[in-house]
Design a protein around this ligand. Structure first.
Ligand SMILES: Cc1cc2nc3c(=O)[nH]c(=O)nc-3n(C[C@H](O)[C@H](O)[C@H](O)COP(=O)(O)OP(=O)(O)OC[C@H]3O[C@@H](n4cnc5c(N)ncnc54)[C@H](O)[C@@H]3O)c2cc1C
Length: 367
């Protein structure tokens, strides 16, 4: 039997789960997820930070418009961020200071008061963002999936989509069954271009980039959870307290094909060495590590909207390293666009320009 839906969402990461939760209020919606559980890929591997000064302009607007949802749902725990400017990073410092809202320069001595292991002489300047926070990613993701199911949505795990055929409705072939839906939402993360090609659309040049994280024990008898997140303004490393440990990332962005990502040991070692240049903490062992794929369109902006050439094919990919912090607003916006409704005014008020995220910007380049 071929089951019929109004909308099929491909991918149950944060993008697919959040947009599907909104759409299920008005449409018979199914999510097809290739893994045995949702959130297995990038969504389950993030650093879980809310940073309203991090990302390209559309992301800044979406992240700032997401704040109200995070606050109302109690999903944020405040954690300041300090960016250090070591030698040779003046340009990155100046760039950050031109786009930031609410950040202020502090002296390296004040920074050392908040991050006591700062190595003397490393930071020429420092800047504090008091508006950043830890996100409870699992609660956010699970809440969207609960809302989706509560609205009658169906989540099909272990259902890799292997073919998409256009017609009056899309025929969606998974490994085990065939479905029909008028609209397909491509929320396949790193696999976004592969799914688009299955539907006969032009790929947009999505590039997954690997980022690795090492989990280190904190120093004895120190409450690391009171520390800020710290990193350099040039984004060559960062360190974030989590569950009493320290997450240290080399802030790598290595282009790779979509796959089940893992940390690269050499890259991790180089990143830890940069962390040790900045701090007096001695790294004696890495407890565990992981890698994840941050996927970017060629201009670094997300890709959101209907494809011009394939009727009923909607793009929701390219959230890069900011897909969690922007998901509450991005999913509201995407759901409105899928339904053909006006974009929410509060999101546009943050300065979002729809042409900056439209898939049409790539066909314009091609023609
Ligand atoms: C190390 C690291 C740190 C990060 N830190 C932050 C942070 O602090 N804050 C922040 O906001 N963001 C952060 N990010 C980015 C954030 O995690 C991503 O932007 C976000 O998770 C992307 O969500 P997604 O749903 O698009 O992708 P995914 O979570 O990868 O979901 C896509 C899903 O599609 C499924 N899929 C693919 N192809 C098919 C198919 N053919 N059929 C069925 N299913 C399919 C996959 O199995 C997958 O579950 C970080 C990322 C990394 C790697």
């Amino acid at each position: 039997m071929i089951r019929e839906f109004d909308i099929a969402v491909i991918g149950a990461g944060i993008a697919g789960a959040s947009v599907a939760a909104h759409l299920a209020a008005s449409h018979r919606t199914v999510i097809c997820e290739m893994e045995e559980r949702p959130g297995y890929h990038t969504t389950g591997r993030s650093a879980a930070m809310y940073e309203p000064n991090y990302g390209p302009p559309p992301i800044l607007a979406l992240t700032r418009a997401s704040r109200v949802h995070f606050d109302e749902a109690g999903l944020l725990t405040p954690r300041e961020t300090i960016f250090f400017m070591p030698e040779h990073q003046q340009q990155s410092f100046d760039r950050l200071m031109t786009v930031q809202q609410g950040m202020s320069e502090i002296s390296p001595a004040t920074a050392a008061g908040k991050f006591p292991f700062l190595r003397e002489g490393y930071a020429k300047r420092a800047v504090l963002d008091p508006g950043t926070a830890d996100i409870d990613v699992d609660r956010l993701h699970q809440a969207y999936l609960r809302l989706f199911r509560g609205r009658g949505g169906e989540l099909l795990c272990d259902h890799p989509v292997i073919a998409l055929e256009p017609g009056d409705s899309w025929t969606i072939r998974t490994r085990t069954e065939e479905l029909r839906a008028r609209i397909v939402v491509n929320a396949a993360g790193a696999w976004g271009d592969k799914v688009a090609e299955m539907a006969g659309c032009n790929a947009i040049g999505l590039q997954p980039k690997r980022r690795s994280i090492a989990v280190l024990p904190g120093p004895e008898e120190t409450n690391v959870m009171a520390w800020p997140m710290v990193g350099d303004v040039g984004e060559t490393w960062y360190c974030k307290p989590q569950s009493g440990k320290l997450l240290v990332s080399p802030a790598d962005a290595t282009p790779v094909d979509p796959h089940d990502a893992y940390a690269d040991d050499l890259t991790l070692a180089e990143g830890i060495a940069r962390f040790e240049e900045a701090s007096t903490l001695e790294v004696s062992r890495v407890e565990r590590s992981w890698g994840g794929l941050r996927s970017f369109a060629p201009d670094g902006n997300p890709v959101v909207g209907y494809d011009a050439s394939a009727d009923g094919f909607f793009w929701l990919i390219g959230q890069g390293g900011y897909g969690i912090q922007s998901s509450p607003a991005l999913s509201r916006l995407a759901a409105a666009m899928v339904r053909g409704e006006a974009p929410p005014a509060d999101i546009l008020d943050q300065g979002l320009l729809l042409e900056d995220i439209s898939p049409a910007r790539f066909s314009r380049v091609a023609s």
